[in-house]
Design a protein around this ligand. Structure first.
Ligand code: F6R
Length: 242
């Protein structure tokens, strides 16, 4: 694993955006696996800035996002589609038809998940997968469990994740309790993985995920087996790593 140490969130965002931009420059028709959450927002801002400066072209890029809440429409401002559009897609020249997320409005979970696996397969797999890291080690919405689930599946979100997401909703009851998420096999098949982490509150999970035992109780720990992982983290998130 390659660890890139950043000074702070801003520096982490710039360094992570550099990795993504070099992927887009090296392979203009690459497939980017993208993430939502607060951590990648600064990374997306940098990509938008460099796009506006004329340094990046996303016209041939295909994107597949990690996850989407079940039951939220694209127009719902808490959906991950809305987030991606707001922070990135509407601000760069990626073609809307080349951007993909699981269909949160599909009530049939099996169909939503197998349809999404077909989309990823048709895209030819993922060249670079961007990941944030949950406090409990989740990646995508692959929550602590006694197994790694390979393909896209519907998950019941844990109470800690629902609580962490509550800040984006009016109340606990409004937070969706299920989501569709890419599975671990799909993430592990990405040619490159880029994990972004910031803040002291993530220091313990960074230590456990990347230096602890490989276990589905800490889903991100499986990344220790991936041949090309880059962790871009700030000093605070790396504070428990010697
Ligand atoms: C987002 C996702 C989640 C987040 C994780 C960290 O698409 O799949 O796994 O990456 O919950 O979230 P933040 O960055 O808000 O701490």
């Amino acid at each position: 694993m390659n660890i890139v140490r950043a000074k702070d969130y801003k520096d982490m965002s710039k360094k992570a955006a550099s990795v993504i931009s070099s992927q887009v420059i090296m392979k203009p028709n690459c497939v980017l696996g993208l993430a939502t959450g607060s951590t990648p927002i600064g990374t997306y801002e940098k990509l938008v800035e460099w796009y506006n400066g004329g340094n990046l072209d996303f016209s041939k890029v295909v994107s597949v996002n990690l996850d989407e809440y079940k039951g939220l429409t694209r127009e719902n401002d808490q959906s991950y589609y809305y987030f991606m559009n707001d922070h990135l897609f509407s601000k760069i020249n990626i073609k809307k038809e080349n951007t993909h997320l699981p269909d949160g409005t599909e009530p049939d979970s099996d169909k939503a998940c197998s349809d999404y696996d077909k989309v990823i397969e048709a895209a030819g797999g993922i060249d670079l997968q961007l990941l944030g890291l949950g406090h409990n080690g989740h990646i995508g919405f692959n929550e602590p469990a006694d197994e790694f689930i390979p393909n896209t599946h519907c998950v019941d979100l844990t109470s800690s994740t629902i609580e962490a997401n509550q800040r984006f909703f009016a109340s606990y009851d409004d937070v969706p309790k299920q989501a569709y998420t890419m599975g671990i096999r799909t993430i592990m098949l990405a040619k490159k993985v880029l994990v972004v982490v910031s803040g002291e509150d993530k220091a313990a999970i960074v230590r456990d995920a990347f230096f602890g035992p490989i276990t589905p109780e800490v889903q991100a720990s499986v990344l220790q087996l991936h041949p090309d992982v880059t962790l871009v983290a700030d000093d605070a998130a790396l504070s428990l790593i010697k």
